[in-house]
Design a protein around this ligand. Structure first.
Ligand code: PMP
Length: 350
């Protein structure tokens, strides 16, 4: 740390992303990317736009917002697009959390929430999951604080129902409730239709998982017109060209070719269920994930040792050095071939 850093950032411990190693070719099952490349239409759209990179991108995100609104059945005024969904989440923490609006989220969830809260000087409260690792929606009723819930939750993959989300929204009418749907396309129910009913709801989503565009960095949010206005105030005060030309164009092409993405999501769901059954046959306890990963542990086997052993054999999974979940592995679902290699290396280790 230099002597110049502002006091407000001196105790910040940044988010640590999953490894992106360069030392060797791993089977990468550690950062919940899609194992499938973007469709040909998306590649062509991005390549065509590359020839115009001397020009700034559209700060109004016109074509992308129009297409997102069409695909999700909302109006353009109810949509924002961002540089990954991390950016819309960052904007939400910036806009809606502070000392008088502390953030609330589960104690086991996406690690970036606590980092964003600290970044913006907001206190935060972590609500413990139930013993079975699920979220008890009743813990989030009448809180009078800004609520962040990933649905499906990460890294558990467990979901809340729309009825439960509705109860949370109803009982916190004076506070924003953010539902982070990064993994929704792998089997959960989307809360996007609820933005018509509740003016305190922000639903965030990403092109990084089911739409194979993690490296393009594209996220979005759906909410009432007023909330979108707030988020745009922050966007235009931060970086009006937050989504680059190639990504804007890739995003539109991806939405127009969404059948390709849906088929890939189905493949991932099928592979997830097969791998889950195989892990259970090996004695693993697996949570009922509705995401593109499985969260699993085996009694009497150290999660950390398993992670290190798999890494040595060329398979990367994610391990969290956190009490309660220290014995679990989070295994991203890859192609069937990748998962077969993972299973055979795992059997060797066991
Ligand atoms: N929310 C959750 C729950 C996630 O796991 C992630 C991915 N790490 C994100 C949001 C952000 O993803 P991205 O910025 O790639 O859209």
């Amino acid at each position: 740390m230099s002597k110049f850093l502002s006091d407000k950032f001196s105790s910040l411990s940044p988010y640590v992303p999953g490894e992106q190693p360069k030392d060797m070719q791993y089977i990468k099952l550690n950062t919940n990317e899609s194992p499938f490349p973007p469709s040909q239409a998306v590649l062509s759209a991005a390549a065509q736009e590359a020839g115009k990179l001397q020009l700034y991108s559209d700060p109004d995100l016109t074509e992308l917002l129009k297409t997102l609104a069409e695909v999700y059945g909302v109006e353009t005024k109810n949509v924002i697009a961002t540089n990954g969904s991390d950016e819309v989440l960052n904007f939400a923490f910036m806009a809606y959390t502070d000392k008088s609006h502390p953030a609330v989220f589960p104690n086991i969830t996406y690690g970036f929430y606590s980092v964003f809260a600290k970044l913006h000087g907001s206190p935060y409260i972590e609500i413990p999951l139930k013993e079975d690792f699920s979220i008890d929606f009743k813990d989030y009723l009448n809180l009078n604080k800004t609520i962040f819930i990933a649905n499906p939750n990460a890294p558990t993959g467990l979901t809340l129902s729309l009825d439960e989300i509705r109860e949370i929204l109803k009982s916190n009418p004076d506070n924003i409730v953010v539902i982070d749907e990064a993994y929704v396309d792998f089997g959960a129910e989307s809360a996007v239709p609820l933005i018509k009913e509740f003016d305190n709801l922000l639903v965030t989503g990403t092109f990084s998982k089911s739409r194979s565009l993690a490296g393009a960095r594209l996220g979005f949010g759906f909410a009432s017109e007023k909330i979108i206005e707030d988020l745009n105030t922050i966007r235009f005060s931060t970086n009006p060209y937050n989504v680059n030309r190639m990504t804007l164009s890739a995003g539109v092409a991806s939405l127009k070719d969404d059948g390709y993405n849906k088929k890939n999501a189905e493949k991932i769901i099928n592979t997830r269920e097969r791998v889950k059954a195989e892990l259970e046959a090996l004695g693993f306890y697996c949570l009922d994930s509705k995401a593109n990963f499985i969260f699993a542990k085996k009694e009497g086997v150290s999660g950390k040792e398993l992670y290190l052993g798999l890494k040595e054999k060329g398979v990367l999974v994610r391990h969290f050095d956190k009490e309660i979940i220290g014995d679990f592995l989070r295994i991203t679902i890859g192609t069937d071939e990748q998962m077969d290699i993972f299973l055979s290396k795992l059997k060797e280790l066991l």
